[in-house]
Design a protein around this ligand. Structure first.
Ligand code: APR
Length: 235
C-alpha cells in the first residue's frame, strides 16, 4: 500500500478566501513581516500584533474548507496511510476531516502564556482585549504560532521528516517553497525515491525536482489527481 503525504502551504486555503503571504495580493505585500511575525515585533507592540492575528482569526472563522482540503481528508478515510504536513495555521485540514495532520508552524486558534507557559485553544474572536490575558494566571498571551527566527516544534518537525523519508507519493500543494526548514521536505522525499507531484498555478523552486507538475489551483489539481491517488493507495 502506497504511503501518500501531502505537503501544503497557504495556496491550499486560497480558494477558501484566505490570503496567501507572497505574490499578488499576499499579506506580506500589505503588512510588514518584521512587525507582525517576529518575536521582536511582538514585544515592541503586542497590541498591534494581536489585532492583526484577530483579524486573521475572524477571516478563518468565516472560511470553509475547500475541495482540496476535502479530497485529502477523503483519501485518508479511504486509505488510512495518508498524511498532511502543513505550514498553515488555519486548521482547515482538520475541519475538512483530516486526522493525520502535522502542523509545522502552529495553530492560529492556540494561545501560549508568556508567564505560566499554559497552552490552550481559544476560539473567541474578536478577542475582548489586546493582548488577551491567560485564563490560568492573567499573564500575557501570544499566538502559539512559529514566527521568523523561531525554531519549529521539534516533535512536528521530526515526524514530518520521517513521513517525507518514507512517502511513496509526496504531493506539494500551494507553497512557494521559500521558507526553511519546511521547504526542505520535498527534497527529503525526492532523495528517498518518492514520486513528487506539485500542484501550484505558479512555478516554484520545487517545480524543478517534481516528477509531475499540475499548473492548477489546488481544487482543480486535487480533483484531477484524486482518482490516481485512490488507485495507488488501494494497491
Ligand atoms: N492553489 C494552489 N496554489 C496557490 C493558489 C491556489 N488557488 N493560489 C496561490 N497559490 C500558490 C502561490 O503560487 C504560491 O506559490 O501558493 C503559494 C503561496 O505561497 P506563500 O504565500 O509563500 O505561502 P507558504 O508557502 O505557505 O509560506 C510559507 O511563510 O510567512 C510564512 O509562516 C508563513 O507558513 C507560511 C510560510
Amino acid at each position: 500500500m502506497a504511503r501518500i503525504v501531502f505537503f501544503t502551504g497557504a495556496g491550499v486555503s486560497a480558494e477558501s478566501g484566505i490570503p496567501t503571504f507572497r505574490g499578488k495580493g499576499g499579506l506580506w505585500e500589505k503588512f510588514k513581516v518584521e512587525e507582525l511575525a517576529t518575536p521582536e515585533g511582538f514585544f515592541r507592540n503586542p497590541k498591534k500584533v494581536w489585532e492583526w492575528y484577530d483579524m486573521r482569526r475572524q477571516a478563518v472563522a468565516k472560511a470553509q474548507p475547500n475541495d482540496a482540503h476535502r479530497l485529502m481528508a477523503r483519501l485518508e478515510e479511504e486509505c488510512g496511510d495518508v498524511w498532511v504536513i502543513t505550514q498553515n495555521v488555519d486548521g482547515l485540514h482538520q475541519r475538512a476531516g483530516s486526522k493525520n495532520v502535522i502542523e509545522l508552524h502552529g495553530n492560529i486558534w492556540r494561545v501560549r502564556c508568556l508567564d505560566c507557559g499554559a497552552v490552550y485553544y481559544e476560539y473567541t474572536t474578536p478577542l475582548p482585549e489586546y493582548p488577551p490575558k491567560c485564563k490560568e494566571c492573567g499573564g500575557m498571551l501570544r499566538p502559539d504560532v512559529v514566527w521568523f527566527g523561531e525554531p519549529l516544534p521539534m516533535d512536528a518537525l521530526e515526524r514530518a521528516w520521517d513521513l517525507s523519508r518514507t512517502a511513496d507519493i509526496f504531493v506539494v500543494v500551494g507553497t512557494s517553497g521559500l521558507v526553511y526548514p519546511a521547504a526542505q521536505l520535498p527534497y527529503v522525499a525526492k532523495e528517498n525515491d518518492a514520486y513528487v507531484v506539485e500542484i501550484n498555478p505558479e512555478e516554484t523552486p520545487i517545480s524543478s525536482i517534481a516528477d509531475e507538475v499540475l499548473r492548477e489551483k489546488a481544487t482543480v489539481g486535487m480533483r484531477e489527481i484524486y482518482p490516481r491517488l485512490r488507485e495507488r493507495c488501494g494497491e
